[in-house]
Design a protein around this ligand. Structure first.
Ligand code: ZN
Length: 70
């Protein structure tokens, strides 16, 4: 279960999407105006680990990020 923060570009509605696995393109739909102009909002990192055990590979993607102050 993962929570994604999304924002609608049409009405500016911000909402959260609970999905299992990765966010699919079909999940990007505004519940307010049913617009597909939805972007993913990346909030500040606050990953807290709870519980014990568990395992798995954590695949992080590193893409080219353009810096405004190069
Ligand atoms: Zn909307």
């Amino acid at each position: 279960m993962a929570i994604y923060d999304l924002k609608c570009n049409e009405c500016g509605n911000e909402f959260e999407k609970f999905v299992t696995g990765f966010l699919k393109d079909s999940d990007k739909e505004c519940p307010d105006c049913n617009s597909r102009e939805v972007i993913q909002v990346f909030t500040s990192f606050g990953i807290g680990s709870s519980g014990s055990g568990g395992g798995g590979s954590y695949g992080g993607g590193c893409g080219p990020v353009g810096s405004p102050f190069g």
